[in-house]
Ligand binder design. Structure first.
Ligand code: HEC
Ligand code: HEC
Length: 460
């Protein structure tokens, strides 16, 4: 039933919690100032733990809570009833039994091998029209995502497999490259045969570090950048329903900025990805036609408010890894090119955070390389599935911090919302729409400049 076995829960937090007090961190030398991508949260770790350490400036009295949150993030939940663990309530349907199963080492998921089941990515589903909260209209039989697993005796919601078509291209200097375009095949279980056509959106699990900092960026700062500025790049804000707050809020998280807060995102992940109810989403995720799922006796709230709060706190408090090789001239030339060919118009290099309940993320100067806005990326990247205010071809600019460390943490270099890009160059070559000019400028670079730009991105 489950296929998440290779990812052994990995408790990196424990290593960083031992014996580290704030006094161990004197003010940084000025040469290092530019490498601190996450301000004072930043840690200089470039190995497999690079995405899973506590913010360096997390006050000592909060370190225990980080450890508790990490335990919940890595815990494998069991179907109820189960007396051997506190983490009970998985399913009836779900995608994975733990957060870490998808956010492996707090890092990024990947598409499976062609034809294989998905383990660290998921498929959002809906039908045309708007749902009650202004979001996507849930698919009548599937809800808002395809739960590919279920507890014993309950049918899952089917499987989706990927095949790829290779596309050949050339840089302006004649150097060849290849891209791969995915096609998805959905095999529904028999009980859903004949249901309405589905809008599907494939999404790999993003890394979960630095998110408290992104939550702490003042809304005004994000909104101010959304004004069209006449250069063909006009980011838009997504306004989304935040169930945890009971209000419409500025969307910041998810590939389409489709979630407003880490509390809402955490509660949505618990119910949507794992089938675990909270006070925010108290009902099991069993759409009307799934009679077996609905017949499972309800056990009340499966993750109480303390668990939800500790898990949310954890997602706020993970450190950003430091930039590396900042004094390498190739990195410096690449950083200048990133600006001159137009990448920095969306991947904003610097921001300042405002107020936040978590002291570690307040008032930090950060280098996220995102504007947190939606951009039309053209038909080739489009999923055709609107998500609140985001159209079928709009995506939120993803942060680029930690980009070069994905391989050390997750053992792969797949990028973009569906993991189709096999590395940084392919990700850039897929940019269309508002980013078409920047992508064309990349293709036009002389080979050594291309290398410099990629060297810079790999140093983040
Ligand atoms: C089945 C795989 C899967 C599981 C399990 C999972 N996630 Fe995620 N997570 C995702 C995907 C995919 C996204 C992007 C969602 C989107 O774009 O709509 C995401 C997004 C997030 C984000 C926002 C990240 C960002 O950069 O915007 C957070 C925070 C998060 N998940 C936390 C959690 C927590 C906490 C758990 C456990 C309760 C969890 N996730 C379980 C796949 C998963
Ligand atoms: C118009 C805004 C815009 C511009 C300009 C732009 N990007 Fe992006 N970038 C995006 C968006 C939006 C995505 C996500 C697209 C997706 O996942 O389908 C993205 C994704 C990426 C990714 C993959 C990140 C990840 O986490 O998977 C990389 C790398 C990247 N961009 C680098 C660049 C570089 C280098 C340039 C300049 C040549 C550039 N971008 C120009 C908006 C932009």
């Amino acid at each position: 039933m489950l296929s998440v076995r290779p990812f052994v829960p990995f408790c990196a937090a424990a290593t960083v919690l031992i014996g580290i007090g704030l006094a161990a961190f004197p003010p940084l030398a000025s040469w290092a100032a530019d490498t601190q991508s996450g301000g004072a949260t930043t840690r200089s770790i470039a190995n497999a733990n690079a995405f899973s350490s506590a913010a360096r400036n997390l006050p000592p009295q909060m370190r225990r809570r980080f450890f508790v949150g990490n335990k919940i993030f890595t815990a494998t939940w069991a179907a109820s009833p189960n007396e051997d663990t506190t983490f009970v309530g998985l399913g009836p349907t779900f995608n994975a039994p733990s957060c870490i199963a998808c956010h492996v080492r707090d890092g990024r998921g990947a598409p499976p091998e062609p034809g294989a089941p998905m383990t660290t990515m998921l498929i959002r589903a809906s039908v045309a029209g708007g749902g009650a909260t202004g979001g996507p209209m849930p698919h009548p039989a599937l809800g808002l995502q395809i739960n590919t697993s279920a507890v014993d005796g309950i049918p899952d919601e089917g499987t989706v497999t990927i095949t790829y078509r290779e596309i050949a291209g050339r840089y302006d200097d004649g150097t060849p490259y290849a891209l791969r375009a995915p096609t998805y095949a959905y095999a529904p279980p028999e009980m859903f045969a004949g249901t309405a056509p589905v809008l599907l959106s494939p999404r790999v699990a993003p890394a979960v570090f630095g998110l408290g900092l992104l939550e702490a960026v003042d809304e005004e700062e994000i909104v101010a950048r959304a004004d069209p500025d006449g250069d063909g790049i006009s980011g838009r804000v997504n306004r989304v329903w935040d169930t945890a707050a009971g209000a419409v809020r500025l969307g910041r998280f998810g590939w389409k900025a489709n979630t407003a807060s880490l509390r809402d995102q955490t509660a949505a992940a618990l119910i949507g990805d794992m089938g675990i109810t909270t006070s925010v989403f108290p009902d099991e995720n069993c759409p009307a036609p799934q009679t077996d799922c609905r017949a499972v006796p309800t056990t009340g709230i499966e993750a109480d408010d303390t668990i939800l709060a500790d898990l949310t706190f954890y997602t706020e408090s993970v450190a950003v890894p430091a930039r590396r090789r900042a004094d390498d001239p190739a990195v410096q030339r690449g950083e200048a090119l990133f600006d001159t060919i137009g990448c920095a118009a969306c991947h904003i290099p610097r921001m300042v955070t405002g107020e936040h309940r978590n002291p570690a993320v307040r008032g930090q100067t950060i280098q996220p390389f995102t504007d947190l806005l939606l951009h039309d990326m053209g038909p080739d990247l489009a999923d055709g599935r609107p998500d609140f205010g985001a159209s079928g071809s709009e995506w939120r600019t993803p942060p680029l911090w930690g980009l070069g460390l994905i391989e050390a943490v997750n053992g792969h270099t797949f990028l973009l919302h569906d993991g189709r890009a096999r590395g940084i160059a392919e990700a850039i070559l897929w940019h269309g729409g508002e980013a078409a000019a920047a992508s064309a400028a990349f293709r036009a670079l002389a080979a050594p400049d291309r290398v410099d730009l990629l060297t810079f991105l790999d140093s983040l």
